[in-house]
Design a protein around this ligand. Structure first.
Ligand SMILES: [Fe+2]
Length: 425
């Protein structure tokens, strides 16, 4: 982000002394990307940010994966993963701490993953431990719920429809104010607005579907004192997908920051603030792009007027997106018309590279003349194949692959659930 912010107390010149009322020095920390050659921020701590007093193994939630082989499209029903959520003490997806229910960090369940990105899902209701992801940036889509995320930079409020962007190595924790359904996209890289929407100096351009005004959070510093504070660190190692965890204990509270400034910080963006780009005929998925990371993109399909040529076909053509696996998460809109395929709210469809996909057969004719799509979906397209995590396997609907033809090993119904009036089946 090239969007400079200053919060709290910082010295007039960087790398000069900042003292508290008693004359004691603050401790300056630079948090920077790409080897001091990209965005960074300077934070001023009252304690030494590197003072740890313990380091132990943290066993990550199950990160094992299973290849999509034999190759087929998949339908995963995420809402079924936490059907026991009425009981906050049921240990689905991990061990529940004695002081609360499921939290947004330890109880994430891996749905899909590869060496570039992982998608996990959790229905969280308890305060999470302090945590940082030292592998890459996180982009957490809030399917439902509200609360706050406390970070070393300050506090973010979140609500339904927010993307919560947390830069790599940002210490933070989640505090839901009620059950929060979170779809966590974890990169092995940084997650940014699409480069084509940025000026050469980094400002969001006029043709971008959103602007800096839509990025929220972090009005004040969040200064917390404390000692012997435990932080869970996800980092690179020799575990599944190259991940391992460590439980570090800090002598002083990591949130003892009195001020910071720079262009690197967490923020939120709500999907309602995405202004869709539409056209006379069908627009390809890149117009729906909202973020990108290394070897993947994030798009959202929002309610919008659709194509206005009198003979335009608003639903997509069948397409072979030959370099990508496509993952759609259906979070809003009316999918009643697609009952026969099983897709509904909470569904994830996976359409892998090497397989042409498109609408259910009757949808093409039915879509001609339609003027508006009432839909909300979040898409992740990856350039390397995705494998199924334990939650992906647990949530699978085996009938989906055969719904276009109406027959196959696990087929049910007649193969066409009716018009599928949404954008990217
Ligand atoms: Fe597609």
């Amino acid at each position: 982000m090239a969007y400079y912010r200053q919060v709290g107390e910082v010295p007039a010149k960087r790398h000069t002394a900042l003292r508290d009322a008693s004359g004691a020095l603050r401790y300056e920390e630079l948090m920077g990307e790409e080897g001091f050659t990209s965005d960074s921020s300077l934070l001023y701590h009252s304690g030494v940010p590197s003072a740890i007093v313990d380091s132990q193994v943290w066993e990550l939630p199950d990160q094992s994966t299973t290849p999509n082989h034999p190759l087929k499209p998949r339908h995963l029903r995420l809402h079924g993963l936490f059907e026991d959520s009425a009981s906050s003490t049921t240990p689905a997806g991990g061990t529940i701490r004695p002081d609360g229910g499921r939290n947004a960090i330890e109880h994430r369940r891996l749905v899909l993953g590869n060496g570039d990105v992982r998608i996990s899902y959790v229905l969280a209701e308890a305060t999470s431990p302090y945590y940082r992801n030292a592998v890459g940036d996180e982009c957490v889509y809030v399917e439902r719920g509200s609360g706050t995320v406390e970070t070393v930079f300050g506090v973010l409020g979140y609500r339904t429809g927010d993307y919560v962007l947390v830069p790599r190595a940002t210490t933070h924790r989640w505090l839901p104010s009620g059950p929060s359904a979170l779809y966590a996209i974890e990169a092995n890289s940084h997650i940014t607005p699409p480069k084509r929407y940025l000026s050469r100096f980094g400002q969001l351009l006029e043709h971008s579907p959103y602007s800096e005004r839509d990025l929220h959070g972090l009005g004040e510093p969040f200064t917390v004192e404390g000692s012997d504070v435990e932080v869970l660190v996800k980092h690179r190692g020799n575990g599944p997908l190259g991940l391992v965890g460590t439980r570090m204990c800090y002598a002083t509270h990591p949130f003892d920051v009195v001020g910071w400034d720079g262009c690197l910080y967490p923020y939120t963006f709500n999907v309602e603030d995405f202004m869709p780009i539409t056209g006379k005929v069908h627009q390809p998925p890149p117009v729906h792009q909202v973020f990108e990371g290394y070897n993947f993109v994030v798009c959202n399909f929002v309610p919008r007027k659709v194509d206005y040529h009198p003979q335009s076909i608003p639903v997509p053509y069948y397409h072979s997106n030959v370099d990508s696996d496509e993952v759609m998460f259906y979070v809003g809109g009316d999918y009643e018309a697609r009952k026969g395929s099983g897709i509904n709210l909470g569904s994830v469809s996976v359409h892998p590279g090497g397989y042409a996909h498109g609408p259910q057969p009757s949808a093409v004719e039915a879509s001609i003349g339609v003027e508006y799509f009432e839909e909300l979906a979040v898409m992740v397209d990856t350039f390397r194949p995705l494998e199924l995590g334990e939650a992906g396997l647990a949530a699978e609907d085996p009938a989906y692959a055969w719904t276009w033809a109406g027959r196959g090993p696990d087929a049910v119904g007649d193969g066409d659930g009716g018009p599928a009036l949404y954008s990217n089946s």
